[in-house]
Design a protein around this ligand. Structure first.
Ligand SMILES: Cc1cc2nc3c(=O)[nH]c(=O)nc-3n(C[C@H](O)[C@H](O)[C@H](O)COP(=O)(O)OP(=O)(O)OC[C@H]3O[C@@H](n4cnc5c(N)ncnc54)[C@H](O)[C@@H]3O)c2cc1C
Length: 386
């Protein structure tokens, strides 16, 4: 059976009224779009652009805080472990960085949380932790990333985390506690999970090995210790590196004898993740890794003169510094995103020259190619349309 065409005159009256209203509102708001006015009335009403309003900032440790963010109405719930890009205006310039969501999906209050550790000299992290007040409007992107739990989750899990690497795992723990990897009703997150909500199904057997310099540096320390004290299937091992030194994967069998049989998720500093990946060689299908910084393994390019042709700036760059940093340091308004080569938010079009991919050492590039500036360094003179 063929579906007859629906002409405007055949359309149900509700459709044509809606269309007429939309066209009238476009006419009335020209030269702006209706969405621009909605955004002025309430930044979270914009149907086009995702935004969030910071509702609260909760200190976690001396240098980390959880930001509770109410996303705009076009938000799509995340999978625990995923991350978003946050855009924040600092001295009139919007800066974007990636942050894992530390809350489980679908909190009853409709908010999400990110938990940020202020890194020394860190532009955005220090601003978010120390200078962001409730009411601040931030840019948001849709949740991304494959560092997630399968549904249903495996019966035995191992989490290896250090520092702020606990954040995506916290979202997973909240979610496991409250009803499943895909999220569940009554999910908490970014705050203590109530005992009433720990019910929907048996929580898998979880071992969490977390490292931080001292007990007071453990992000979510109190909550994690409380959960481990009352949940028999959550075992928590804290490694306080200032006293005990850095945890090595060779320490694992003593802490978790069946580590090799568990599905594992690891998030922490690059050195730790490199060692973990080497330790899991031959069984890497059981290991999931999330990097917060680019996994730079190559020595870099030869460096050279870089011309940012749109902004009219040029500067000498060494072969190990990403073009993104080179441009930012030269005062170019660079597009940016995750800064680790996964989101393609930082690309620029090459006019001439070649770049070195800092992850692989591969030198590449032809006129017109789009290059990821966050993981590409100059390999000779470079002209880029930025
Ligand atoms: C997928 C993903 C998820 C992330 N999730 C989180 C999260 O949940 N919580 C969180 O706190 N951060 C997270 N990050 C890191 C975050 O995106 C920023 O890199 C970090 O906050 C530093 O940004 P900044 O502007 O303060 O530092 P910048 O001003 O960009 O850099 C300042 C200095 O700090 C160094 N630096 C940059 N990033 C780090 C880092 N992560 N650790 C140590 N030194 C660094 C730089 O090399 C530079 O020397 C995540 C990153 C990715 C890619």
């Amino acid at each position: 059976m063929t579906t007859p065409y629906l002409t405007t005159s055949d359309a149900p009256p509700r459709w044509s009224v809606r269309r007429q209203l939309a066209s009238a509102s476009r006419w009335l708001t020209t030269p702006l779009m209706p969405d621009d006015y909605l955004g002025l009335l309430n930044p979270l009403w914009s149907a086009e652009e995702l935004r969030g309003r910071v509702e609260a900032v909760h200190p976690e440790t001396a240098d980390a805080a959880t930001l509770v963010i109410r996303p705009s109405r076009n938000w799509v719930p995340h999978r625990p472990g995923q991350w978003v890009r946050i855009g924040i205006d600092i001295e009139g310039i919007r800066h974007w960085r990636a942050y894992s969501l530390s809350s489980a999906p679908q909190r009853p209050d409709g908010c999400v949380t990110i938990t940020v550790k202020a890194v020394p000299d860190g532009l955005v992290s220090r601003h978010l932790v120390r200078r962001t007040a409730p009411g601040t409007i931030v840019g948001l992107t849709r949740p991304e990333g494959e560092f997630v739990l399968p549904e249903p989750p495996p019966p035995r899990l191992l989490f290896l985390t250090a520092g702020s690497g606990i954040t995506p795992v916290m979202a997973m723990l909240h979610s496991l506690l409250t009803g499943g990897a895909a999220g569940g009703e009554g999910a908490g997150g970014g705050g203590a999970v109530s005992l009433q909500s720990e019910k929907h199904r048996e929580m898998p057997d979880v071992v969490l090995v977390h490292s931080a310099p001292m007990p007071e540096d453990v992000i979510f320390g109190e909550e994690l210790r409380g959960l481990a004290a009352r949940l028999p299937n959550l075992r928590l091992y804290e490694r306080h590196t200032r006293a005990g030194g850095r945890l090595k994967p060779t320490d694992l069998p003593a802490l978790c004898p069946d580590w090799a049989d568990r599905a594992a998720w690891a998030c922490g500093p690059t050195e730790m993740l490199d060692e973990v990946a080497a330790h899991w060689a031959g069984r890497s299908d059981r290991l999931h890794v999330e990097h917060f910084r680019p996994a730079v393994s190559a020595a870099g390019g030869e460096g050279g003169r870089v011309r940012f042709t749109k902004s009219g700036r040029e500067v000498d760059a060494d072969g190990g510094t990403p073009l993104l940093t080179v441009g930012e340091d030269a005062g170019v308004l660079m597009p940016s995103g995750c800064r680790v080569g996964i989101c393609f938010g930082c690309v620029g079009r090459l006019s001439s020259g070649q770049v070195c991919d800092l992850r692989t050492g591969q030198v590449h590039g032809e006129e017109g190619d789009l290059v990821q500036t966050c993981v590409s360094a100059a390999a000779g003179p470079v002209d880029i349309e930025l």
